[in-house]
Design a protein around this ligand. Structure first.
Ligand SMILES: Nc1ncnc2c1ncn2[C@@H]1O[C@H](COP(=O)(O)OP(=O)(O)O)[C@@H](O)[C@H]1O
Ligand SMILES: [Mg+2]
Length: 244
């Protein structure tokens, strides 16, 4: 099993949109047994995949304490399961900050090893305790960013943080430009400085996922957005299979 987190210190950069599409691509394009784990209380990925938290969670203590398997749900797509966001995530930071729990997320992900080939985390923004645990737990960070100097700066700060605080055990990092609009000179110039990076276009089909609640590849497979998402999945899968 290999795991990846769609992570950024910033919000609104397309993390959840990428997490949903990457998870869907893992299950459909690569026939991987895939789990999408929604770690953001906003639950955008959960909602987009037409799920909601399980009702009967009165006994649930939150993922820092509980077993994961009873909380996992199947999605409408073969091979794609979801660990939905729920209210207990609000207490997660506090629970993980406990001294004995510094490797809790890593252990939880390891516990999924037999049942899944790919585990994809949709993360809330910010360099929090949860982020620290994510960096210790996953094999790859996919980092979406808008093509602008400020995003570039935030990305450099993330790399510095990883180099300083996670020496020797840093996950691979794959930056990707999102919401790309080539009519904008700023976008063109930023992208030109990083020709090796993949670009996901600004696309009505991706924006509409919040309304259609369907991944883009299923509905608009021939569009530039769908092709870009498939190319991103191929790049991700290449990194993960090289690590295996
Ligand atoms: N490539 C894209 N093109 C157009 N709209 C996008 C794209 N990626 C994301 N969006 C939209 O931008 C908003 C923020 O995206 P989201 O994935 O929720 O970001 P994050 O998870 O980083 O907060 C959402 O309304 C989403 O539909
Ligand atoms: Mg999100």
């Amino acid at each position: 099993m290999r795991s990846l987190a769609v992570f950024s210190v910033k919000g609104g950069v397309g993390k959840s949109a990428l997490a949903v599409n990457l998870a869907h691509a893992a299950a459909t394009l690569s026939a991987r047994r895939t789990l999408l784990w929604d770690l953001d209380t906003q639950g955008a990925a959960t909602y987009t995949l037409r799920l909601s938290p399980l009702e009967d969670r009165s006994a649930r203590k939150g993922i820092a304490e509980a077993e994961l398997s009873p909380l996992i749900q199947s999605s409408d797509f073969a091979g794609l399961d979801v660990l939905a966001a729920d209210k207990s995530l609000r207490h997660l930071e506090k629970q993980l900050a406990d001294d004995e729990k510094t490797k809790r997320l890593r252990k939880l992900i390891k516990s999924l090893d037999k049942d899944y080939d790919r585990v994809i985390l949709d993360c809330p923004p910010g360099l929090t305790e949860l982020a620290t645990q994510i960096f210790r737990a996953v094999d790859l960070l996919v980092v979406p960013m808008l093509p602008s100097p400020l995003s570039e700066r935030a990305y450099d700060q993330l790399l510095e943080h990883l180099a300083r605080h996670h020496k020797g055990s840093t996950p691979a990092v794959l930056p990707v430009f999102t919401m790309v609009d080539r009519r904008k000179a700023l976008h063109r110039d930023t992208i030109a400085a990083h020709p090796e990076r993949l670009c996901i276009p600004y696309a009505a089909a991706i924006e509409a996922m919040a309304a259609t609640r369907t991944p883009v590849l299923t509905r608009a497979a021939a569009t530039p957005a769908a092709r870009a998402l498939a190319a991103l999945w191929t790049a991700v899968e290449r990194v993960l299979t090289q690590q295996e």
